[in-house]
Design a protein around this ligand. Structure first.
Ligand code: ZN
Length: 429
């Protein structure tokens, strides 16, 4: 891809624009985020009303916040939502009260082990209020009366998500799911949001064999709600990836889809081997992101997660230290490339049958020795022979690339040449 450095600049700009917005499970911050994404990709914005049932869950009230602060006994703002939206516990109810430091402390959250970081906390399902502060600031608070103010609102409204469907030649789909519910934090998960946006932009420019569906949803409840509304079509989803934590400096990590025979696992592993980047494989575990919902037994969808350093594995996770300095446009751009490597295999991984199965065809007759030219090790001829030998109507190009130890793109290139001269024919399954 010749997308640098222009795309890197665009990635930086989008990150910086989205970073200050106060997102949550619901609310205006999510709408604003999706509206900005629509400047890049034609997302459909969906609204699902408060009270809507989704399996064992229900869409809660919509939460919005205007302002929040705490003033110390001298009237100085010692905690200010205006400085960081992480200062307020997500879904905090309104409050306007004077109280003792002792009472206030019952509503303060800190991280003693990471004293400069503001933690990220939410309370979606229990009505309460709270503030998050760095432990350093917390320890400076002096005894006395504190004025506490949160101008927020919980009301009947809706849960908002964005969806983009890119139609391909076939109905089979590749799902890319990312979450938009985190306030000012970058790796978790503006990196996934930005990656998905630029991946969608790239796929929009291409001829597509597969169809692609992008979801920009609030984590957990968003995927539960989406699944409850789309139960009749999820069988079309043949591959899926959850895009999160894609912007830090760590090595690429692939958290595998749950099912042992999920083809997405083989495809991602082969794409990483071929790209020659260092990578870590994690077996599936039933916590983490939306892959939990997609993998639940009632759906059992083949959805893995392609990340850099996974959630919970970096100390900045769910704190104010996961900021614009913790991620880079270069890393996100590299992660986009890793996703495109996967797409390239998915698009071309077909099964062929050798139309000249009785002994080898005379390759020279078809001009293949000219393609090989004067190469001492004519790799293209090796690839042709592997395909002709294994194309029995059962082995896919991925199977052939694994068995031969050759890069998938070389096998796909050779398959194209063989197809063009009629020596192999695609089997439509
Ligand atoms: Zn998170």
């Amino acid at each position: 891809m010749n997308k640098r450095p222009l795309v890197r600049e665009e990635i930086s700009q989008l990150l910086e624009r989205l970073y200050p917005i106060c997102r949550s499970l619901t609310g205006e911050g999510n709408r604003e985020t999706l509206k900005i994404l629509r400047e890049h990709i034609p997302l459909d914005i969906r609204e699902v009303s408060t009270g809507t049932k989704a399996f064992d869950w229900e869409v809660p009230k919509e939460w919005n916040i205007i302002d929040a602060w705490v003033k110390d006994p001298s009237g100085n703002k010692v905690i200010d939502f205006g400085n960081s939206n992480l200062h307020v516990v997500g879904y905090s109810t309104p409050v306007n009260k004077v109280m003792s430091l002792e009472e206030l402390k019952g509503h303060l959250h800190t991280l003693p082990d990471s004293p400069t970081a503001i933690p990220y906390r939410t309370s979606y399902y229990e009505e309460q209020w709270g503030f998050c502060v760095s432990h350093e600031e917390y320890e400076k608070l002096e005894d006395g009366e504190y004025e506490v103010f949160i101008d927020s609102e919980l009301k009947d409204g809706s849960l908002t998500y964005g969806e983009l469907y890119l139609e391909g030649e076939i109905k089979d789909e590749f799902l890319i799911s990312t979450y938009i519910c985190h306030p000012s934090m970058c790796n978790d998960n503006l990196s996934g949001v930005v990656l998905s946006t630029f991946l969608a932009k790239e796929l929009m420019k291409r001829d597509r064999y597969m169809s692609y569906r992008f979801l920009f949803i609030p984590e957990t409840l968003g995927s539960i709600v989406w699944l409850s509304r789309n139960e009749d079509m999820v069988h079309n989803i043949k591959y899926g990836l959850v895009a999160t934590c894609t912007g830090d400096d760590g090595p690429v990590t692939y958290k595998m889809a749950k099912s042992d025979d999920a083809l997405i696992n083989e495809i991602v592993v082969k794409s990483l081997q071929d790209s020659r980047v260092p990578y870590i494989l994690q077996d599936f575990y039933p916590w983490g992101s939306d892959d939990r919902q997609y993998s639940s037994p009632g759906f059992d969808m083949p959805v893995g997660s392609l990340m850099r350093t996974p959630y919970r594995y970096f100390p900045e996770y769910h704190t104010s230290l996961d900021d614009l300095n913790f991620v880079s446009a270069d890393n996100i751009s590299d992660s986009v490339d890793r996703y495109i490597d996967v797409v390239n295999i998915v698009e071309k991984n077909k099964i062929y049958i050798n139309k000249n199965p009785k002994c080898e065809p005379r390759l020279g007759k078809y001009g293949f020795y000219n393609i090989a030219g004067g190469q001492r090790k004519p790799e293209i001829l090796d690839a042709l022979r592997w395909i002709l030998s294994l194309s029995d109507g059962y082995n896919s190009l991925l199977d052939i690339s694994k068995r031969s130890g050759m890069e998938f793109c070389k096998i796909a290139q050779a398959a194209k040449a063989l197809r063009e001269c009629g020596l192999i024919e695609e089997i439509r399954t």
